[in-house]
Design a binder for this molecule. Structure first.
Ligand code: NAP
Ligand code: NAD
Length: 324
């Protein structure tokens, strides 16, 4: 029996499931199967992006589940994102079109501006390593491009008119930029996706978004774990969240895994989670979050681990980004 997951009503009027499967770093050769497995387990929300380079494979996994009658298209919520090199209006429209075709599902449920950083355009057939760098060795940085967020946001609004995307939003934005978008948007800003784990709780940002009717998705819920996979220097030597006394103690008390405790800490505060896992067992575990509740004090204790430690930090990731 597939697990039932509650949803959040977005400002656009559509429903978004509180738990999704995030597919960053899910290998291309296993992505279609893992997405299909996730759907069989009960996942109804997949978080992808142009930058993850596995949308075509993920779409194949979703289409298999549809062809086998496990779900219908309208039962599943697909998120994708606009990469930094495509912020100019015509590039944003083209990248979204290509991304929508890669998924092959007719439309995207949610399309986000991945970062409020505009990098120089790289033709779609020439981009080899869609990241902050133009080469695998991470030595050649991509120059910035002078495209204001307003132009990019308005391109996303066009995607809603043309039915490429049902809802739109932003990722890795802070309050000031959100207020700016709210000063000119005509289509609701439905979702803010940001790094969120007990070492980086950002309570003011989350409160501001939720108070303005913007649903919040937290990524990298397990903190350093995801970034250790990448060899990120900031994650080395950081105490794993799963091994802190607070998380271990609360997990033991509830008879749940530390991962489930961190995910429940989010969903109980109406924060959507999108844990990534290459293991089917952990996919299953990460969806099984709704048969227990943390007490207010337990939530407070977990939030008390905050040390303002950000792993996905463009200030260090892409430095030196230069304006040419
Ligand atoms: P994450 O989901 O917090 O962590 C994934 C890591 O946790 C993997 O090493 C995985 O290993 C492990 N893991 C998963 N479930 C576990 C469990 N129950 N117990 C113990 N370990 C577990 O990190 P993330 O991938 O950085 O963030 C989640 C998603 O957010 C991404 O996939 C992506 O969709 C999105 N995201 C968005 C942005 C953005 O800029 N908007 C940035 C980062 C991430 P195994 O695979 O071996 O299970
Ligand atoms: P995560 O916290 O979801 O995963 C961290 C690590 O935990 C992974 O290596 C995974 O293998 C492992 N893991 C997963 N479940 C586990 C379990 N039950 N037990 C033990 N280990 C487990 O971090 P993430 O992968 O960085 O992020 C998840 C998703 O968030 C991404 O796939 C992506 O969709 C999204 N994301 C978005 C952005 C953005 O800029 N918008 C940035 C990062 C991630």
């Amino acid at each position: 029996m597939a697990t039932q997951v509650p949803s959040i009503k977005l400002a656009s009027g559509y429903d978004m499931p509180l738990v999704g499967f995030g597919i960053w770093k899910v290998p291309n050769d296993t992505c279609a199967d893992q997405v299909y497995n996730a759907i069989k387990l009960g996942y109804r929300h997949i978080d992808g992006a142009w930058d993850y380079t596995n949308s075509a494979e993920a779409g194949k996994g979703v289409r298999r589940a549809i062809e086998e009658g496990i779900i219908k298209r309208e039962d599943i919520f697909i998120t994708s994102k606009l990469w930094n090199n495509y912020h100019k209006r015509e590039h944003a429209l083209e990248q979204a079109k290509l991304e929508n075709e890669a998924w092959g599902l007719g439309y995207l449920d949610l399309f986000l501006i991945h970062f409020p950083i505009s990098l120089e355009f790289i033709p779609f057939d020439q981009i080899r390593y869609p990241c902050f760098w133009t080469d695998k060795e991470q030595t050649q940085v991509t120059p910035l491009s002078k495209v204001p967020i307003q132009e990019t946001w308005q391109a996303l609004e066009e995607l809603v008119q043309s039915k490429v995307a049902r809802s739109i939003g932003v990722s890795n934005f802070h309050t000031q930029l959100i207020y700016d978008v709210l000063s000119y948007n005509k289509v609701p800003l439905s979702v803010l996706q940001v790094e969120h784990h007990p070492y980086l709780t950002q309570p003011d940002l989350i409160a501001m978004a939720q108070e303005n009717g913007i649903a919040v998705t937290g990524y990298s819920t397990f903190g350093p774990l995801s970034f250790l996979e990448l060899g990120n220097a900031d994650a080395q030597g950081v105490k794993p969240l799963f091994e802190t006394d607070v998380v271990k103690g609360i997990a033991a008390k509830h008879g749940k895994s530390p991962g489930q405790i961190l995910l429940r800490w989010c969903t109980q505060r109406n924060i959507i989670v999108i844990p990534k896992s290459n293991s089917v067992d952990r996919l299953k575990q990460n969806l099984s979050l709704f048969d227990f509740n943390l007490s207010e004090d337990e939530i407070k204790q977990i939030s008390g681990l905050d040390i303002g430690l950000r792993f996905n930090n463009p200030a260090t990731l892409g430095r030196p980004i230069r304006i040419f």
